[in-house]
Design a protein around this ligand. Structure first.
Ligand SMILES: Cc1cc2nc3c(=O)[nH]c(=O)nc-3n(C[C@H](O)[C@H](O)[C@H](O)COP(=O)(O)O)c2cc1C
Length: 135
């Protein structure tokens, strides 16, 4: 099974989750600046919301996908919204890429909110989630 992990993280919160997921599934966590170069069965795609949307880099990455992708598994960190799923799902639908119903989302520190998140327990939960997805 071909698995890839791509993420965008301005402040490092989503990066922590990307690295926990990547380690759990035995691949490298790469940023969205690195396009997919071969077919993947599962693409773990990580992002965070900034003013009710994902960064343009995430949109650009999705737009650039030119290899077959079996399904995308969304993961995100956020301060208020549940996840970034709704922001990426439409873009992925335009590319006819299925989005798994399962996703991983946790709180990410922002200003005075959610200090210390994602924490070790979030990282462990993300790793457990990823292992379950590929099992
Ligand atoms: C400029 C800015 C705008 C943000 N807007 C939102 C938002 O609209 N909704 C939300 O839930 N969190 C929002 N947040 C919080 C981030 O999504 C949260 O801190 C996330 O964990 C950041 O991930 P990162 O460290 O990987 O960039 C915002 C944070 C910043 C810095």
């Amino acid at each position: 099974m071909n698995i890839a992990v791509r993420y965008y993280s301005r402040g490092g919160n989503t990066k922590k989750i990307a690295e926990a997921i990547a380690k759990a599934v035995g691949v490298e966590a790469k940023t969205v600046s690195q396009p997919l170069t071969e077919d993947v069965d599962i693409l773990f795609l990580g992002s965070a919301p900034y003013a009710f949307d994902v960064d343009d880099e995430v949109k650009k990455f999705i737009g650039s996908i030119s290899v077959p992708v079996g399904r995308v598994v969304n993961f995100s960190t956020s301060a208020a919204v549940k996840s970034t799923r709704k922001y990426v799902e439409k873009l992925l639908a335009e590319k006819h890429i299925p989005v798994a119903k399962e996703e991983f989302a946790c709180r990410g520190a922002f200003a005075m909110l959610h200090r210390g998140r994602p924490n070790e327990s979030d990282q462990k939960a993300a790793a457990d989630f990823a292992r379950k997805i590929i099992s």
